[in-house]
Design a protein around this ligand. Structure first.
Ligand SMILES: *Cc1c(COP(=O)(O)O)cnc(C)c1O
Length: 420
């Protein structure tokens, strides 16, 4: 974006990729991103990702590297760790996980032996693939046991959780989610885990930015042993993972990330994460995070007003799940494609105990972090809800879709994409 010389060269040396880059930039400008795990990175992040730090190997940790030339890599990684600890009130931080999945793998493999039991939320109730999906390698290596939510309210039945914990004696209790529209009290998980001497881990990948801004609860304040988060979702940083833990796990976690699981860290990503943690500590980011939550409430209310049925009836965080079958007699894939045609990007989603398969599920997931990063507020949420409900009710009518597509373009034209 900023590197004009590199772009000019790219246009000549690889026109196919250059055209795809231009196409993606135009798509991001003209369309609207409503996938709750996506965001527009801070412009500083885009600059650092394309910086000289991408050239450097830095296996090891600050002060203990395998190669020379680490004056500046040590500086950025030390800053990244110190800033992450301060931002999240953590005793120890590891900033090297290449993304969210290796971040969680490093925790499981560092603290548990293969075959040991992990208690985690059912995937159709909002848990993530890395919480033991049968198709994931972690699902084969460890014995995952499930707990569920009440689909009407989203509440977790902690009595049932305690019963499963007593029966299965997990070594680790995991909470956290990718598709759960509510919040909970982490102390309730901690109490259950303590009763069976299990460790506690909160994977706050989706809401890391909202916790950093202190607009959602921080599991570490409730005494959790481990907290993991991606840095590219609500935090608006580079694609990457962050592990925060108590000091007594620091050695095991660091050794598990490197050399246990990974080789050289991506230092361009570490530099961008360091800057992200600085920006996330600023008052402007707290305003942003508050608006993400207010916008989610406004979007949910505006959808419900238009006869849309939401899983649990609403939201306490940045995301919501529409039951598209109940609301519009469309499966989630059909709904996602219809919204794509009017310039709104969303994703199909399984709902709790979904009778339909993951590629044709009963729901659609929406979130507000990206729209809020463009500067949108309550009025825009009302318009977005009207476009969504109108498009889904039109059920493929192309004249109606053309009309809604032009309303999306009118909306996005007023809100530039940060950094593009
Ligand atoms: C996104 C996410 C991850 C994985 O992140 P990737 O960077 O896609 O590997 C892990 N856990 C949760 C809860 C997530 O939402």
């Amino acid at each position: 974006m900023t590197d004009t010389a590199g772009r000019t060269r790219l246009a000549q040396s690889d026109p196919d990729i250059f055209l795809a880059l231009k196409g993606e930039e135009a798509r991001q400008r003209a369309g609207l991103e409503l996938i709750p795990s996506e965001n527009y990175a801070f412009p500083e992040v885009l600059t650092l990702l394309g910086s000289a730090f991408t050239n450097k190997y830095a296996e090891g940790y600050p002060g203990r590297r395998y190669y020379g030339g680490q004056e500046y890599t040590d500086r950025i990684e030390t800053l990244a760790r110190d800033r992450a600890r301060a931002l999240f009130r953590a005793e120890h931080a590891n900033v090297q996980p290449l993304s969210g999945s290796p971040m969680n793998q490093a925790v499981y493999l560092g603290l548990l032996e293969p075959g040991e039991t992990i208690l985690a939320m059912d995937l159709s109730h909002g848990g993530h693939l890395t919480h033991g999906a049968p198709v994931s390698h972690m699902g084969r290596l460890f014995n995952f046991v499930r707990y569920k939510t009440d689909p009407a309210t989203g509440a977790i039945d902690f009595e049932a959780l305690r019963k499963v914990a007593r029966e299965t004696r997990p070594k680790l209790v995991v909470c956290g989610y990718s598709s759960y529209p509510r919040d909970y009290d982490y102390a309730d998980f901690k109490r259950v885990a303590d009763e069976v001497d299990a460790l506690t881990m909160a994977d706050v990948s989706h809401i890391g930015g909202l916790i950093a801004a202190n607009v959602m609860r921080n599991p570490l304040d409730a005494g959790f042993d481990i907290m993991t988060t991606t840095t590219h979702k609500s935090l608006r940083g580079p694609r990457g993972g962050l592990i925060l833990c108590k000091e007594r796990f620091a050695k095991k976690i660091d050794a598990s990330v490197f050399p246990g699981l990974q080789g050289g860290p991506h230092m361009n990503q570490v530099a961008a994460a360091a800057t992200t943690f600085r920006l996330a500590a600023m008052p402007a980011f707290q305003d942003y995070a508050r608006t993400v939550l207010a916008n989610a409430k406004a979007l949910a209310a505006a959808l419900v007003k238009r006869q849309t049925k939401l899983v649990t009836g609403g939201t306490d965080n940045h995301l919501m799940v529409i039951d598209t079958v109940a609301s519009f007699s469309l499966n989630g894939a059909e709904a996602q494609e219809a919204l794509d045609r009017v310039g709104l990007t969303s994703n199909k989603q399984v709902i709790p105990d979904d009778p339909n398969p993951p590629m044709r599920p009963s729901g659609l997931r929406l979130g507000t972090p990206a729209a809020t990063a463009r500067g949108m507020g309550a009025d825009e949420m009302e318009e977005i809800a009207a476009i969504i409900a109108g498009t889904l009710a039109a059920r493929g009518d192309s004249a109606a879709e053309a009309e809604f597509a032009s309303r999306t373009r009118a909306l996005t034209a007023r809100f530039p994409v940060p950094g593009l």
